[in-house]
Design a protein around this ligand. Structure first.
Ligand SMILES: [Zn+2]
Length: 375
């Protein structure tokens, strides 16, 4: 195989006139060296151009990180991972799948996040009234500091804008006076930036601020008793400890940040994020599937795609008796997908696997609708 590989360096030099960036060409060489270890490639010049172009949209270091992960998986699971067609297409496909799964995960986790905000506000309102943010010492001080910092940043941005507009308007004394007034007003209203209304306050919280509320020992126990918002995992046993909830929030936080900054690197899998989110949902006494289908009953089973590498084996296991819809007499056929009755909270989650079946697109919707009493 190695003897068939072209001299990439020579090719890179030859293409310099049409692909002028030295750094992109160097990165392309580095990437090609790894891609050729994955599987076969097509016409060398065409492949070179494709990768070079891809790097205009994807940071080279991330592409290399993803490639390293694919190579690792390739070495570990050689029998399942045979790339026969085109190795570069396979890499691009890995990026595409990441984007597809990221969308599913981000939405699912956003819904759970909304539930947390809602329940936090409900609890604090019940104990301290609707203006709980004004209660002395109740809101964690780091949250107050961060929200004030944001308010400051807004004021500074406003001042910048006013100054820029006034400068571009030329030396008009009247305009300058009104600019000073506008600046004074922006500064004087700054302190009232923090909303006193609990609902509005919660809406302003970033994910990490929200997490801070559940990290606070003071809020977890005593009057606010946030700990009691979380119930035992399977409906019996002990409720989760503060540390366990924070561990799940930490995992979600990390995966969420990777998506927010389009960072398909280091970790292509969303499995840990899915398990953490499903666990958090179950602690809130709702299954993640139900959370998800509360938004759209048609797509709740998309969550099964987040099972990543467990998905194909699970599908073939379920398809043992033929890859058809589990509903009797259904003749609709493809697309057949895994129909999870509930989201796994760990892996292997024998309960979730046992209740799984295959369903056609139509019956998947029917099952979700039935679960929600939608007619
Ligand atoms: Zn069917």
């Amino acid at each position: 195989m190695a003897s068939e590989l072209p001299n990439w360096q020579e090719l890179s030099d030859r293409l310099a006139s049409t692909l002028p960036s030295t750094s992109y060409r160097a990165a392309t060489l580095q990437i090609l060296e790894k891609v050729t270890q994955l599987g076969p490639m097509g016409d060398p010049e065409r492949e070179f151009r494709r990768i070079y172009r891809f790097l205009h949209y994807n940071e080279p270091s991330r592409v290399i990180q993803v490639l390293d992960e694919l190579l690792k998986a390739h070495t570990e699971r050689r029998e399942h991972l045979q790339i026969r067609n085109n190795a570069w297409k396979y890499v691009v496909r890995a990026f595409d799948s990441w984007v597809g799964r990221a969308r599913i995960f981000y939405l699912a986790v956003g819904i759970v996040e909304g539930a947390l905000r809602s329940r936090l506000n409900e609890r604090l309102t019940a104990v301290y009234g609707p203006t709980w943010p004004t209660q002395a010492g109740l809101v964690p001080s780091s949250v107050v500091a961060k929200l004030k910092e944001e308010a400051d940043a807004t004021v500074i941005a406003t001042i910048h804008r006013i100054v820029e507009e006034t400068q571009s308007a030329g030396a008009d004394p009247e305009r300058q006076v009104s600019a000073f007034d506008a600046i004074a007003k922006a500064i004087s209203t700054r302190d009232t930036e923090l909303p006193s209304n609990g609902e509005e306050f919660c809406r302003r919280l970033s994910f990490s601020d929200l997490r801070t509320f559940f990290q606070s020992k003071r809020l977890w126990g005593s009057a606010a008793n946030l700990g009691s918002l979380f119930r035992p995992l399977m409906g019996h046993g002990d409720p989760p400890l503060r540390g366990a909830v924070d561990e799940a929030l930490k995992t979600i936080h990390e995966v969420r940040n990777e998506i927010a900054h389009y960072r398909p690197s280091g970790k292509l899998s969303f499995l840990n994020g899915l398990l953490a989110t499903a666990k958090l949902a179950r602690w809130l006494e709702v299954d993640l599937q139900d959370f998800y289908s509360a938004v759209d009953t048609k797509f709740s089973t998309e969550l099964s795609h987040l099972l990543e590498s467990h998905y194909p084996p699970l599908r073939s296991r379920l398809a043992n008796g033929g890859a058809t819809c589990a509903t009797d007499g259904c003749a609709l056929g493809d697309p057949i997908d895994i129909l999870l009755q509930r989201a796994p909270t760990s892996w292997p989650d024998e309960d979730a696997v046992r209740d799984a079946s295959l369903g056609c697109a139509y019956h998947r919707v029917k099952v979700r609708e039935a679960a929600h009493g939608v007619v």
